[in-house]
Design a protein around this ligand. Structure first.
Ligand code: ADP
Length: 636
């Protein structure tokens, strides 16, 4: 405003107008003083001063902070000088002041703008400067607030973006109409089997067309209502990389709202739980299978917590112990008393050895009888189980199953009784047959009928074989029904060995048996039964080795036990068969053995006899090379 009219500015009318309305000062251009000539009322309000505090003073006296010695570049003083030099207005940057505001009684931070305009005289020199000040604190604060909010928004958008990208599960942000995937992470792309480019090119539900029918309306609803939608293990058919696949997904459609509460986007968080669902289904069907097969086999289960000393029995297990209630059961109160008294000691010994890491074989496989607690019924039970130890070798858990075998046991019993009866009945005619054959044999020898004598000799041997066989069956039936009793006596084992070897040689005259004599060795045992063991080992050695190969018998004392060995150079036994030889009716089936008669009971009986003497029986063998059968007996 370059009005060179001095009189106008000094006129009373102007002064009155100025004083009333302006938020300005009129300053004389008299550097460095810059005297205040006139002050607008509004200016006084702004600076909280009286007019007489300003009039005739230098501006920098009143406001020292804006003088020459303040910030050089932007001070009011420099601005006045620039106005004088350039004869043009000069706008200063916003000043920040700490001002004491009497109405609030506090120091307040205020922001002020300053505009300095020149008023020229006729000669064109700057005579006055109009300094207009505005308190722009409110605008400044508002702008600063806006900026802060914008920065925050930017930062949170950045945060969301990062969160989406780095999330270890599928994340996607849907925006717009139609909705596009604005942010989408790799996990999400893998989950839906689509590419980022596909989502860039088309609206979200066009890319995921296979799921749109069900889920597009759901997202629309979330946009509309602002309510979160949760889905748990939803089964969805997805076209993943061109192939239809059934997947199970947990997901959330979370509305994202602006300050006014409007939903501007939906965040989808999704996790593929297919594997978990399938594993659980598999587990469930496995459980079901176990349950069904347990039911079909009428299998009961037991579970002992050895740390807390508790025991769980299922319904079937309770049934096998004749218990109908569902109350707690315990090892001492229910299991041990439930056992048949003849089995109690044996089973409790087996279990205590099983629970001791030093003696435990880990697996439990036993047969015992129970007497029903309530119904007093006798039942035969087969129990199998396993013990688990902790790192300190303490038993912590013992679990297993039980199966009723009463009817098998009864069948076996009937079979045994039958075998026993038949063998017994066969023995009588066989004894008289043997007597007649012996008698005739004697007669033929006397009369010099050598043909008949030799035929009767053979007949006698066959009758003897038959007798041994029948005795075997008789013994089995006795053993099974627990009717075998040991009649112990002290005898010299060496004599018994010599006796048995002689008998074997009588029935096998062309064999050679080498007996490595040992010292006279006395044992306390059932002589007849040990005799049958030795005879059986010798008979097997002759049966399973060629006649020209020598058989060796030896005996020695080791660790207070007498150990006997019968060694042949015959067909030998494979390791897998050797493990099972001592089982009842077990026979090795090979080309070599198929024509050799036998029932697989000799070794079973021998093992039973030796075990009842607290001894051991075993075999060392190599196929094609020969076998050595050993047994030992304690000496006292
Ligand atoms: P058996 O000889 O009547 O079949 P055993 O119980 O005495 O019954 O023997 C069981 C099986 O062990 C035999 O069938 C045979 O296959 C095998 N066996 C026993 N002794 C020998 C041996 N010395 N050499 C090779 N195999 C043998």
């Amino acid at each position: 405003m370059n009005n060179p009219n001095d009189e106008f500015y000094t006129s009373e009318a102007f002064q009155l107008f100025f004083i009333k309305s302006a938020n300005s000062l009129i300053i004389k251009a008299d550097p460095p003083h810059f005297t205040i000539l006139a002050v607008g009322n509004k200016y006084l309000d702004l600076v909280h001063k009286q007019r007489n505090e300003l009039l005739g003073k230098s501006l920098f006296e009143v406001f020292p902070g804006s003088g020459a010695d303040s910030s050089e570049k932007f001070s009011v003083f420099s601005s006045f000088n620039r106005v004088i030099n350039h004869k043009a207005e000069d706008k200063l940057p916003v000043f920040k002041y700490e001002i004491f505001v009497p109405s609030s009684g506090k120091l307040e931070t205020q922001y002020w703008s300053n505009l300095n305009e020149p008023i020229l005289d006729k000669a064109g020199n700057v005579q006055f400067i109009i300094n207009t000040t505005n308190n722009i604190t409110a605008q400044v604060l508002e702008t600063a607030e806006k900026e802060r909010a914008q920065n925050l928004l930017k930062a949170s958008e950045q945060n969301i973006q990062n969160m989406v990208r780095q999330a270890p599960f599928g994340m996607c942000i849907l925006k717009g109409e139609p909705a596009f995937a604005e942010e989408i992470n790799d996990c999400f792309l893998t989950l839906v089997g689509k590419t980022r480019d596909q989502f860039k090119a088309k609206p979200y539900w066009e890319v995921l067309a296979e799921a749109a029918a069900i889920y597009e309306p759901v997202t629309n609803e979330v946009f509309k209502t602002g309510k979160t939608y949760h889905a748990k293990e939803h089964e969805i058919v997805l076209v993943r990389n061109g192939r239809e696949e059934i997947v199970h997904i947990d997901f959330v459609y979370e509305p994202m709202k602006d300050a006014d509460g409007h939903v501007f986007a939906i965040m989808i968080v999704a996790i593929d739980v297919t594997n978990q669902v399938l594993a659980r289904n598999e587990l469930q069907s496995a459980y079901e299978q176990v349950r069904l097969s347990k039911q079909a086999a009428a299998l009961g289960t037991f579970d002992m917590d050895l740390v807390n000393g508790t025991m769980e029995w299922d319904e079937r297990c309770r049934e096998l112990f004749g218990i109908s209630h569902n109350k707690n059961v315990s090892y001492e109160k229910d299991f041990l008393p439930g056992l048949h008294e003849e089995d109690r000691e044996r089973i409790s010994k087996i279990i205590s050895e099983l629970l001791n890491k030093a003696t435990s074989i880990g697996d439990y496989d036993v047969e015992y009888r129970t007497i029903g607690t309530e119904d007093k019924k006798l039942r035969w039970v087969r129990a199998k189980g396993k013990v688990f130890f902790n790192e300190k070798d303490e038993p912590v858990r013992f679990i297993g199953s039980v199966l009723e075998i009463t009817s098998q046991k009864e069948d076996e019993q009937r079979k045994n009784d039958f075998i026993g009866m038949v063998s017994h009945e066969l023995k009588t005619p066989l004894t008289s047959l043997s007597a007649y054959v012996q008698m005739l044999h004697g007669k033929a020898r006397k009369s010099g009928d050598s043909f008949t004598a030799s035929a009767l000799d053979k007949a006698e041997r066959q009758v003897k074989k038959m007798g041994t066989m029948i005795n075997g069956f008789l013994n089995i039936s006795r053993l099974e029904s627990g009717k075998i009793h040991l009649e112990k006596q002290l005898f010299n084992l060496q004599d018994l060995l010599t006796e048995a070897i002689k008998e074997t040689l009588i029935s096998n005259p062309d064999r050679s048996i080498h007996f490595v004599l040992c010292n006279p060795t006395f044992v306390q045992a059932d002589r007849d039964k040990i005799h049958s063991v030795i005879s059986n080992l010798l008979s097997n050695a002759t049966k399973y080795s060629p006649p020209e190969k020598e058989i060796e018998v030896f005996c020695e004392v080791i660790d207070n036990c007498v150990q006997v060995g019968v060694k042949d150079q015959g067909i030998g036994i494979k390791a897998s068969d050797a493990e099972r030889l001592f089982e009842r009716y077990y026979r090795v089936k090979t080309k070599n053995t198929q024509h050799i008669s036998g029932f697989g009971i000799g070794l079973y009986l021998s093992a039973e006899i030796i075990e009842r003497h607290q001894g051991k029986i075993w075999v060392e063998s190599k196929p094609e090379k020969g076998s050595t059968f050993f047994f030992n007996l304690p000496m006292n």
